[in-house]
Design a protein around this ligand. Sequence first.
Ligand code: IMP
Length: 432
Amino acid sequence: MTNVVVVGSQWGDEGKGKIVDWLSERADIVVRFQGGHNAGHTLVIDGVSYKLSLLPSGIVRPGKIAVIGNGVVLDPHALLAEIEKLGAQGVKVTPENLRVADNATLILSLHRELDGMREDAASNSGTKIGTTRRGIGPAYEDKVGRRAIRVMDLADMETLPGKVDRILTHHNALRRGLGEKEVSHEAIMQELTSIADRVLPFRETVWELLDKQRRKGARILFEGAQGSLLDIDHGTYPFVTSSNTVAGQASAGSGMGPGALGYILGITKAYTTRVGEGPFPTELKDEIGQFLGEKGHEFGTVTGRKRRCGWFDAALVRQSVATNGITGIALTKLDVLDGLDELKICVGYMLDGEQIDHLPASQGAQARVEPVYVTLEGWKESTVGARSWADLPAQAIKYVRQVEELIGAPVALLSTSPERDDTILVTDPFED
Ligand code: IMP
């Protein structure tokens, strides 16, 4: 028995929701360790659909503890709205089943506003990132700049005004520079005092809770958001999110030491998608890209934006296997490839006349690479709902084996439809 870390191995939207839900049923504790309400997934349980952005998915299952770790940037308004929405669906969120790290950073309205102002300003110069405009980046900047307001600060009305002054000195200088209205000290104090009483009951010393639970033998599931190629260090910078999304962050973003993390499961889509700007070497702007987008319902759950689609990029996922230490992958959405005559997998790139086996870190080189493909025969049969290898056409098995070989990691789970039970289980990550 072990703990499990789930990460996306591409640019997010790999289909983590279904797999995390399947695993959260087996877990005692589910922990978010990075990102914020820029994530979005839908859980379908007994025919009821729950949309979560900030809360860990264990929240919808009775008897589990959901934890928001210190690595998360927490918008208290989004948190309270999500709690209310779940309440209306009959899911009670209380300090019994939700714990929020007292050292987690808060996203305030000024962060959301700054995210939007900067994206608008960058749109005019063609340099926008295409963020979710939720204030994620500005909140992480304040955390690293040591001027953030954290959950526990809401309980200390003596030091809070000084902290508000400090954050405003920075933000008002930026706002003046952008030609925007300044924010007053009173407005931020009012914002903070209006949510303090409703957020503070959830506060917890998370590192201690996890340490105690680990020693008791609890099964802990770490739920990553976004994907490894959006990682602030290892992703396609600057077209990335502002947190470390790789598995190592499960430790730093929760306070549980890395030795106890256990199985690293990389959720991997059988093709590639990306939302927002940035390099995407295997992008298909033709009718096959259109086919993948329509058949795969590739629209963002948070922003509703259309996702860009392309062939599977084994060179990039191989990099994710290395940077995360992925033990095994959950391969999702194989059925979207049903019916294509042939399939391509990117195995490396041509850069200035030379073949290379990984995407270079430089933005200029990333824009110049041309993918090198292997081509495989497609299959005409449907793989929807397959629950054993015997249900899959030979060509589909060949595709999966080729993926495993090229990325250097085995398939632990193969998902063949959004339904929970339409999964081929090779290895149960909690039992590995
Ligand atoms: P931010 O996280 O809002 O700052 O956005 C930065 C980049 O990450 C943008 O390209 C977003 O589209 C992308 N992004 C953020 N969250 C997600 C996610 O949950 N899935 C996919 N892309 C995401």
